[in-house]
Design a protein around this ligand. Structure first.
Ligand code: F3S
Length: 774
C-alpha cells in the first residue's frame, strides 16, 4: 500500500516536471514533423533540450539523421554526486559565485569508506580518516542547498533509486554507474564533475544524440536465473565497447515480469558495455516500488502521463519507433552466467563454467564471496540469498569461502535487520559491511592472508572486475555473478561447483543440494526507516554557512578564477613538451595515489603529464629548459608560469583519450598552459580544454608536427579574431626556432561561439560568473 510522503521528503522537487516536458515534446514533434516516431529514450532525452529547434536542425522523419549527428543542448532535472568526484565539482561551482544550485542536487558519501571488519568499526575509522573532506562537502551542501547524505547513509545509486529516480526524469551523476536509475524509467547519465557543474549553474549540457539499441525481453525468469544474468549475457554479446554511442532501451513482454530493482541492476551494468545509459519503460513494478518508497504521488502522476495518447505520451515509445539495432533475450530459457576474470564481457553460462575453469587452469577454489553493492543489494536479491543460506544452515553447512554482505543503503540495511535477514547471514559466519562502496572500489582491507601478486579467485555480485579493482591485487581473479550464485558457490568454496546439479556433503555425510532460491520483491511490512542520523540535510540554501576549507589542507584548496584571455594575440609562448605517441587522460593526470588530491588543484597538478613520452629523447616525464637543464614536466611548467612564460604542448593523435577526467584540462591551465597543438583530439577532452580556457588546435598538415620542437617560441596569428568573431576563420602559428629561423604552421579549430566566449573569459565558469553578475 502507498505510504504517505515522508515528512522529510520534498516530493515536489522529486517529481519530474511532466507538464513542461510534454510541452517540449510537442515542440520536438513540430520540428521533426508529425509523422516522426520516437523511441522512449528519445522522447525523454529530446524533451530536455533547451531549444529543440536549434538542436534538431537536421530535421528528418524518424529522427534518422539526428542520431549520431545532432549536438543536443540539454537541461537535466537533477544532479547526483559521490564524495570523490563531488570535490572538484563543488570547487568549480563555488568559483561561479552563485548562491544556490540551479537544479536539485545531492551528495552521497560512499567511496571513501573502507570495508574490513564490519560496519561498526569500519565506518567511524573512515569518517575520522576523511573528516576534512566530509566536512567540506557537508558545509558546501548546506550553503548551496544540496541534499547531503552522510557517510553510512548508502551508496549513491541505491539511494538515488530509493529517493530521486522517477519515470521521465533526466539526471546527471558524477559516477559511471549512474544509469542504475534507468531501472525506474529515468535517463541517467554518468559524467565528470565539470559536466555536472553545467547543470548546477543552469548552462546547457551537450551530448551528441545517441543511437538507440533495443533489447526485447520475452518470457519470464525462473529458477536460478536473475536480472543480473540478463546483463551478464548481454555484456558477453556486446563486449565492453559494443554499447558506445548508444542508449540501451529495454522493451517487450518480459519487462512487466521484472522487479523495479532488477531492472536497475540491468541498467547499472550497461556501463560495462560502454552505453551512454540504459532505461526501462514505465511498468507495473514501478508503482509498488514508488509507493513503498513514499512516492505514491509520483506513481500516480507517471501513470497518468503513461496512459495519454501516444503523441503526448512521454513515458511510452511510439508504436512505429525504430531502433538502430535489436537484440532479443528470452528470460524463460536464460541460464545463470559468470563473467570474468579481469573483464566484464568474458561471459560463460553456468553449465559450461567448470570446463572453462579446467581449460584455462583457473584456481579450483576461491577465498571470498561478496554480495550486495550498488548493483545487487535489493530486498529481492538479499532475500533470495537468505533463502539459500537458510537451506544450507538447516543442512548443517557453513560457507567455505569468507562471505561479505554490503547493503546498498541504510533503508535496505535496516529493513533486512528488522526482517532477520542480516542475522541469518551473520549466524552463518557472514560479515555485514558498511552501507558504502568498500570492496567494490578497492577499499577492501583483505585479512585472509592472500599476498599481493598471489594468484587466487573471488566471486562478487558487483559490476566491475578489472585487475586489482577489489583488493588491489592484480593477480586476484574476480568473477561476477548474481548474488544467489555467489552465495551458493561460497558454501562449496569451489569454482567448479554448479548448484543446479552438484551436491555438497553435510557433516552427517548425506549430500545436500540447493533448491532454487525464493525471495520477495518488496518487504511485506514496508521499508524500515533506519538510523535517522543517516537522513539527508534539506536542500535549502543557507548563505550564512561558511564552507570549510582549511587553508593549510593538503587535500582541499579553493579555486581562484583563471585570468581572462589578453586583449592581444598570444606572443612568444613556449613549447613545454612535444609528446610522442599515445597521450591519455591518465598520461595527463595519473590516478592511483593521486586520487586523494582530487580536491586540491595545486597538489594534484604535480602529476601533470608525468606519463608523457618526450618526442626528442624517448624519456618519460623529462623536460628540458631553454638552457638545457633537465626537469620534470610539472616542475618546468610551474617554473615558467612563475617566470610569466605561458606555454603550449605539441602532441600526436587522439590527445586526451580515456575518461572525462576534468583534471586533465584543469591542471595544464593552472600551470600556465594556453594551447594544446595536436594531430587530433578525443572529443570529450577537447571540450573540457575549451571549458577551462585552453585552446585546442590541430595541425592543418599533420606532417608539420615535425617542424616544431620543445622550447620553440610560438606566436598566434588570427586567434583573437577567431575568438572575437565566435569561431570564424583559422589560426596560424609563427614558430621561432632556437636557431633564429622562423616557420609557419597552419592549424584548424572546432571552437563554437559559446566556446570562444569561454576562452575569452578565461574559462566557462568565469563566463557564467560574469553573466550572473550582469
Ligand atoms: Fe561504483 Fe560504489 Fe557501485 S564504487 S560500482 S558506486 S558500489
Amino acid at each position: 500500500s502507498s505510504l504517505p510522503p515522508h515528512p522529510k521528503v520534498d516530493v515536489v522537487s522529486r517529481t519530474p516536471p511532466y507538464h513542461k516536458l510534454i510541452k517540449r515534446l510537442h515542440e520536438v514533434r513540430r520540428v521533426l514533423g508529425s509523422a516522426c516516431q520516437l523511441t522512449l529514450a528519445e522522447k525523454i532525452l529530446y524533451s530536455h533540450i533547451e531549444h529543440p529547434e536549434e538542436s534538431l536542425l537536421t530535421n528528418t522523419r524518424n529522427g534518422a539523421n539526428i542520431r549520431g549527428t545532432a549536438n543536443l543542448k540539454l537541461k537535466p532535472d537533477r544532479v547526483a554526486m559521490q564524495d570523490a568526484s563531488a570535490q572538484m565539482a563543488l570547487l568549480q561551482f563555488m568559483s561561479c559565485g552563485l548562491p544556490s544550485t540551479a537544479v536539485p542536487a545531492s551528495i552521497h558519501c560512499d567511496h571513501m569508506i573502507v570495508g574490513e571488519k564490519g560496519a561498526d568499526t569500519d565506518l567511524p575509522a573512515s569518517i575520522a580518516g576523511n573528516k576534512e573532506v566530509f566536512d567540506f562537502l557537508e558545509s558546501a551542501a548546506k550553503k548551496y542547498g544540496i541534499e547531503f547524505w552522510p557517510p553510512g547513509a548508502g551508496i549513491i545509486h541505491q539511494t538515488v533509486l530509493e529517493n530521486y529516480s522517477a519515470p521521465g526524469l533526466m539526471m546527471l551523476g558524477t559516477d559511471s554507474h549512474t544509469p542504475n536509475a534507468g531501472g525506474l524509467g529515468a535517463i541517467a547519465i554518468g559524467v565528470g564533475g565539470a559536466d555536472a557543474v553545467d547543470a548546477l549553474v543552469d548552462a546547457p549540457w551537450e551530448l551528441k544524440a545517441p543511437k538507440i539499441l533495443g533489447v526485447r525481453l520475452e518470457g519470464e525468469l525462473n529458477g536460478w536465473a536473475s536480472p543480473k544474468d540478463v546483463i551478464l549475457k548481454l555484456a558477453g554479446q556486446l563486449t565492453v565497447r559494443g554499447g558506445t554511442g548508444f542508449i540501451i532501451e529495454y522493451f517487450g513482454p518480459g519487462v512487466d515480469t521484472l522487479s523495479c530493482t532488477g531492472m536497475a541492476t540491468i541498467c547499472n551494468m550497461g556501463a560495462e558495455v560502454g552505453a551512454t545509459t540504459s532505461l526501462f519503460p514505465f511498468s507495473s513494478s514501478h508503482v509498488p516500488y514508488l509507493e513503498a518508497t513514499h512516492r505514491g504521488q509520483i506513481a500516480q502522476a507517471a501513470a497518468a502521463v503513461a496512459s495519454a495518447p501516444s503523441a503526448q505520451n512521454l513515458l511510452q515509445a511510439d508504436p512505429e519507433a525504430e531502433f538502430d539495432d535489436i537484440i532479443t533475450i528470452n528470460l524463460s530459457t536464460l541460464e545463470p552466467h559468470i563473467n570474468g576474470p579481469f573483464t566484464p564481457d568474458f561471459s560463460t553460462p553456468l553449465s559450461k563454467f567448470s570446463s572453462v575453469v579446467e581449460q584455462n587452469n583457473w584456481p579450483k577454489t576461491f577465498g571470498a564471496g561478496l554480495i550486495g553493492s550498488c548493483t545487487n543489494s535489493s530486498y529481492q536479491d538479499m532475500t533470495r540469498a537468505e533463502d539459500l543460506v537458510k537451506q544450507a544452515s538447516d543442512a548443517g553447512l557453513t560457507p567455505k569461502a569468507s562471505f561479505f554482505i554490503t547493503p546498498g543503503s541504510e533503508q535496505i540495511r535496516a529493513t533486512l535487520e528488522r526482517d532477520s535477514t542480516l542475522s541469518t547471514f551473520s549466524s552463518a559466519g557472514g560479515t555485514v559491511l558498511a552501507n558504502a562502496c568498500g570492496p567494490c572500489i578497492g577499499q577492501w582491507k583483505r585479512t585472509d592472508g592472500v599476498e599481493k601478486g598471489e594468484s587466487n579467485a573471488i566471486f562478487t555480485s558487483y559490476n566491475r572486475n578489472f585487475r586489482g579493482r577489489n583488493d588491489g591485487n592484480p593477480a586476484t581473479m574476480n568473477f561476477l555473478a548474481s548474488p544467489e550464485l555467489v552465495t551458493a558457490l561460497s558454501y562449496a568454496g569451489s569454482t567448479t561447483f554448479n548448484p543446479l546439479t552438484d551436491t555438497i556433503p553435510t557433516p552427517s555425510g548425506t549430500p545436500f543440494r540447493f533448491s532454487p532460491p525464493k525471495g520477495s520483491d518488496l518487504p511485506t511490512a514496508g521499508f524500515a526507516e533506519g538510523n535517522p542520523e543517516f537522513l539527508p540535510t534539506p536542500g535549502i540554501p543557507d548563505p550564512s554557512v561558511e564552507v570549510k576549507v582549511d587553508p593549510s589542507s593538503t587535500r582541499l584548496a579553493l579555486l581562484d578564477p583563471f585570468p581572462r584571455f589578453p586583449e592581444t594575440e598570444l606572443t612568444d609562448i613556449r613549447v613545454l613538451y612535444k609528446v610522442k605517441g599515445q597521450c591519455t587522460t591518465d598520461t595527463i593526470s595519473a590516478a592511483g595515489p593521486w586520487l586523494k588530491y582530487k580536491g586540491h588543484l595545486p597538489n594534484i597538478s604535480e602529476n601533470t603529464l608525468i606519463g608523457a613520452v618526450n618526442a626528442a629523447t624517448g624519456e618519460v616525464n623529462v623536460a628540458y629548459d631553454v638552457d638545457g637543464k633537465k626537469s620534470g614536466i610539472p616542475q618546468l611548467a610551474k617554473q615558467w608560469r612563475d617566470e610569466g612564460v605561458e606555454w603550449l604542448v605539441v602532441a600526436e593523435h587522439n590527445y586526451g583519450e580515456g575518461s572525462a577526467r576534468e583534471h586533465a584540462a584543469l591542471q595544464p591551465r593552472y600551470l600556465g598552459g594556453r594551447i594544446i597543438l595536436a594531430k587530433s583530439f578525443a572529443r570529450i577532452h577537447e571540450t573540457n580544454l575549451k571549458k577551462q580556457g585552453v585552446v585546442p588546435l590541430t595541425f592543418a598538415n599533420e606532417s608539420d608536427y615535425d617542424l616544431i620542437d620543445a622550447c620553440d617560441e610560438v606566436s598566434t596569428v588570427g586567434l583573437l579574431d577567431v575568438l572575437r568573431s565566435g569561431g570564424k576563420g583559422d589560426v596560424e602559428l609563427v614558430v621561432k626556432k632556437r636557431d633564429g629561423t622562423e616557420v609557419r604552421v597552419k592549424t584548424r579549430h572546432t571552437l563554437s561561439e559559446d566556446q570562444c566566449g569561454f576562452v575569452l573569459a578565461g574559462s566557462a565558469l568565469n563566463l557564467l560568473a560574469m553573466r550572473g553578475k550582469e
